[in-house]
Design a binder for this molecule. Structure first.
Ligand SMILES: [Zn+2]
Length: 455
């Protein structure tokens, strides 16, 4: 399906003509206009000690290498946004793999460092996740979390229908704690992105007033802050200048919270989450209501201590005698805690290892215990069916488990999601779909060519 057909299907003819008009208004025949938008975004974030993450299709990158090199050298991250700007859901497994390989090759040939992948239209597939992992990508940023921050009843039905089409296109999921934090699938870290994005606000709902945009983004930030999640904002550079005031307001809001928000590039966030996956608690009894806890974690880790008292903390014990620990930058500590029950989740012998691996990755203290010992622990889980079989079942089970543990009113040790001193994270990302008007129209040819089956 080419861009015209795609746009007509997802946006309708009226919107397509409107979009065509805005293309001429937002892009130029030279790089100048987009370059200014990218530089402005970098400069705006630098003011807050942070840098953005850009995603660009490899075919577009190839036409604008020096501009992207300049952006990468300014401290911003550049990630892959497809080989061309197409929807992986319309491609075969083989085409997805070929195009991911081609995209990686273009980035390498042009010496643009990369770590992550974001699909055009956030059109991720299960096959693509396997391909990204097998080709050595560190993370993907596709899962769209929708925040209910707009009263759609106040908008004409025609605009609402367009907005709802975007929700379906983006395979939007609810803003639960689980969905708002990164998670690992094999070697790949999945970083959620939050919607509505700038396109949904500006082009779907026609909300263009900076104050209103700022209020919507700040409301989303407030909700994510409360849940300790990651807010990945997506802003297209062609609307970068229009959004500048709203972006500043969001950054002002994020930096004025009681606890700090970590404003970082997505690769930094993926790196942290990958390291955090190896953090562990080991707990043993040390007398009535006393527990000895061995912690293995980064010095940057924060520990959440619900319904328990830490009586003593050792210094940093490990490191020197165990070289494998220092190589990963982790350290061992020993704590003595007082708690009415063992501050961990215990899993029955019949519960599969995948459940344990998942709860550990999410940062919780987890152990094994037999049914007779269940009452010694704050929570005992017997889940012989594990996380379920289909991806949808697994997602629902993971979401439910995290919600259950977060709501637990009993002693529980867990690692906070973010490094000290942060409570939540914010990443400003921007998809450079086109740099010039020529890029915009070349997309039509490129996408058609890339979806043709090979004989
Ligand atoms: Zn895009």
């Amino acid at each position: 399906m080419n861009l015209v057909a795609f746009s007509l299907r997802s946006k309708g003819a009226h919107n397509f003509l409107r979009r065509l008009w805005t293309v001429f208004a937002r892009f130029g025949l030279t790089e100048r206009r987009t370059a200014r938008a990218l530089q402005t975004l970098v400069a705006t974030l630098r003011h807050y000690g942070a840098y953005p993450t850009f995603f660009i299709p490899a075919a577009v990158l190839r036409r604008h290498v020096s501009l992207l090199r300049q952006i990468a050298s300014s401290g911003a991250e550049v990630g892959i946004h497809g080989y061309v700007h197409n929807d992986y859901r319309t491609l075969t497994h083989q085409q997805q793999e070929e195009q991911t390989r081609l995209a990686i090759a273009v980035f390498r040939q042009n010496h643009i460092p990369f770590a992550g992948f974001r699909n055009p239209y956030l059109g991720w597939t299960e096959e693509a996740l396997e391909i990204f992992a097998s080709l050595g990508l560190t993370y993907e940023s596709n899962e769209a979390v929708i925040h209910d921050v707009i009263d759609l009843k106040a908008f004409p039905p025609r605009l609402c229908r367009g907005y709802e089409k975007s929700l379906r296109l983006f395979q939007a999921v609810p803003p639960s704690i689980y969905d708002l934090r990164p998670h690992c699938e094999g070697p790949l870290v999945r970083l959620p992105t939050s919607i509505p994005d700038d396109e949904m606000l500006f082009d779907r709902l026609r909300i263009t007033e900076p104050g209103r945009i700022a209020a919507i983004w700040s409301t989303i930030m407030a909700r994510i802050y409360a849940l300790g999640g990651l807010y990945t904002l997506n802003l297209h550079p062609e609307r970068g200048l229009l959004c500048q005031a709203a972006l500043r307001s969001l950054l002002d809001y994020a930096t004025s919270q009681p606890e700090p928000v970590w404003i970082a590039r997505l690769e930094e966030i993926a790196h942290w989450w990958r390291q955090r996956c190896a953090f562990r608690f080991e707990i043993s009894a040390a007398g009535p209501q006393r527990w000895r806890v061995c912690l293995l974690s980064s010095p940057r880790a924060q520990v959440q201590t619900k319904y328990l008292t830490v009586l003593a903390r050792s210094g940093e014990l490990a490191a020197k005698e165990d070289q494998s620990i220092t190589r990963e930058g982790l350290q061992r500590q020993e704590w003595l805690v007082e708690a009415a029950s063992c501050p961990a989740v215990a899993l029955s012998p019949a519960t599969p290892p995948a459940v344990m691996a998942f709860l550990q990755e999410q940062g919780y203290a987890v152990t094994r215990a037999s049914g007779e010992k269940a009452s010694d622990y704050s929570l005992f889980l017997d889940l012989p069916d594990g996380l379920g079989t289909t991806p949808a079942q697994q997602r629902a089970q993971r979401r439910q488990l995290v919600a259950q543990l977060e709501a637990l009113s009993a002693p529980l040790l867990s690692f906070a999601p973010w490094p000290a001193p942060y409570r939540a994270a914010l990443a400003i990302s921007s998809d450079i779909d086109s740099v010039t008007i020529q890029d915009f129209f070349l997309r039509i040819i490129e996408v058609a060519r890339a979806s043709r089956p090979k004989h």
